[in-house]
Design a protein around this ligand. Structure first.
Ligand code: HEM
Length: 409
């Protein structure tokens, strides 16, 4: 990657520039200080302080309005593209009452209790990943370690048969660009369509299978809800399965990867966590805060907003919420927000969003990361990351994560 450093005073918000991808935090600080409600050349409003981000996520005057927002950006033909059409059915992009209905159908599978029951299975997968490489003395923490866990768990939850899984393990993880605030190129749309059509074809077959042979899994539950009449349509069913598959996957890989990188860049914190494993639950919140795997989400103003951080925003405008910036806001974290501190009190990161779209998989992601990182520290205590200074980041902004993270022991 061409790692150019931007000149001081360059564009305030240029989220796909290599410098921004490598380290967005100085850029966020500049935004929060200089222009906390910044307007981009595309006419989007960018909120970077905790107060406004938190308000926008929770306030009913802001919604998703996906079709309208996307049509405005790309033109009216865009909804004919399969990938955009499919996204328009995601609960993540829906407003009430559709959102309430879609979320209600799956929420029970993600309760704290259900997720607690998955601990032994999560531990088993993590141990298998370490068993597979322990004799080798080195691995890529992303590909060999972090990657398999969330994919296997979501495959378990959805009821994807073992013999079908290899293709999911090999998938390219390139879907992240769909979420970035910079428009997709025609080539990226074409790739998105192809991946979406493949996924649709696969899941339609699996739905058929589960109609004939019901299992104790989410796809069976949703297929039954679809057959029940007016609970959800076939398109909604397929789209939301694809969402669950994607949402639960790269985000968690990156929480584990970003957390491990942050820890190894802060050897005092690494030593502390090894000495006091009971700090792990708090450490995971701090990893989420310090370098969130989801950096941004967005809303549309459903009416004119008179005063968002002193700015009037007309109806129908897009407001981008910089979660990663809110998490470093000194107004909420007065004690050196740019420092990783696994003992930090009152860490309440916005990394899982807030309000009605608060991440469905938050507790699952926390427990997966907790077990993965705790087991790694316990079983490979002398693990070292090969290149701690210049690891290679994936070129997406919203989903922040490393392409690879080679390590040895
Ligand atoms: C570290 C891991 C994760 C992070 C940082 C994360 C982050 C987020 C964020 C920020 C949102 C809200 C977006 C918005 O308000 O517009 C969200 C929503 C969502 N997440 Fe996650 N997520 C993670 C893991 C997971 C997992 C493991 C699953 C499921 C298996 C999942 C499923 C979802 C779903 C379905 C939604 C949409 C909820 C709704 O619209 O009501 N996420 N996530």
């Amino acid at each position: 990657m061409n790692e150019q450093v931007q000149p001081a005073g360059g564009p305030l918000f240029n989220p796909l520039s290599p410098d921004f991808i490598r380290d967005p935090y100085p850029h966020y600080e500049r935004l929060r200080t200089v222009d906390p409600i910044h307007v981009t050349p595309f006419g989007q409003y960018v909120a970077s302080r905790h107060a406004e981000v938190s308000l926008v996520l929770r306030d009913k005057r802001f919604g998703k309005d996906f079709v309208e927002r996307t049509t405005r950006r790309y033109g009216p033909e865009i909804m004919k593209e399969p990938v955009f059409r499919s996204m328009s059915y995601w609960m993540l992009q829906a407003d009430p009452p559709d959102h309430t209905r879609l979320r209600g159908l799956v929420v029970k599978a993600f309760t704290a209790r259900r997720v607690e029951d998955m601990r032994p299975r999560i531990q088993e997968i993590v141990d298998q990943a370490i068993d597979a490489v322990i004799e080798r003395g080195h691995m890529d923490l992303i590909e060999d370690f972090a990657f398999r866990l969330p994919v296997t768990i979501i495959c378990d939850m959805l009821g994807i048969p073992e013999e079908h899984r290899e293709v999911f393990y090999k998938s390219s993880r390139d879907g992240g660009r769909l979420l970035d605030p910079v428009p997709l190129s025609p080539e990226e749309i074409r790739q998105g369509n192809a991946a979406n059509l493949m996924a649709q074809m696969y899941f339609q077959q699996l739905f058929e299978l589960r109609r004939k042979n019901p299992g104790d899994d989410l796809i069976t539950q949703l297929v039954q809800a679809e057959e029940d009449g007016n609970k959800l349509t076939n398109e909604e069913l397929t789209a939301n399965i694809i969402l669950l598959f994607g949402a639960g996957h790269e985000t968690t890989v990156n929480l584990i990867g970003n957390g491990l990188l942050a820890l190894h860049r802060n050897p005092d914190q690494l030593a502390l966590l090894k000495a006091k494993p009971e700090l792990m639950t708090n450490a995971i919140e701090e990893f989420l805060r310090y370098d969130s795997s989801v950096q941004m989400t967005g809303r549309v103003t459903l009416e004119e907003i008179e005063d968002l951080g002193g700015v009037t925003i007309p109806k129908g405008e897009t407001v981008l919420c910089l979660l990663g910036s809110a998490n470093r806001d000194g107004a909420v974290y007065p004690d050196r927000p740019d420092r990783l501190d696994v003992t930090r009190a009152n860490v309440k990161p916005l990394s899982f969003g807030g309000g009605i779209h608060f991440c469905l998989g938050a507790q699952l992601a926390r427990i997966e990361a907790e077990i993965a990182i705790a087991t790694l520290l316990r079983r490979l205590p002398d693990l070292r990351i090969d290149d701690i200074e210049t690891p290679e980041w994936r070129p997406t902004f919203v989903l922040r994560g490393l392409r690879r993270l080679p390590a040895s022991w």
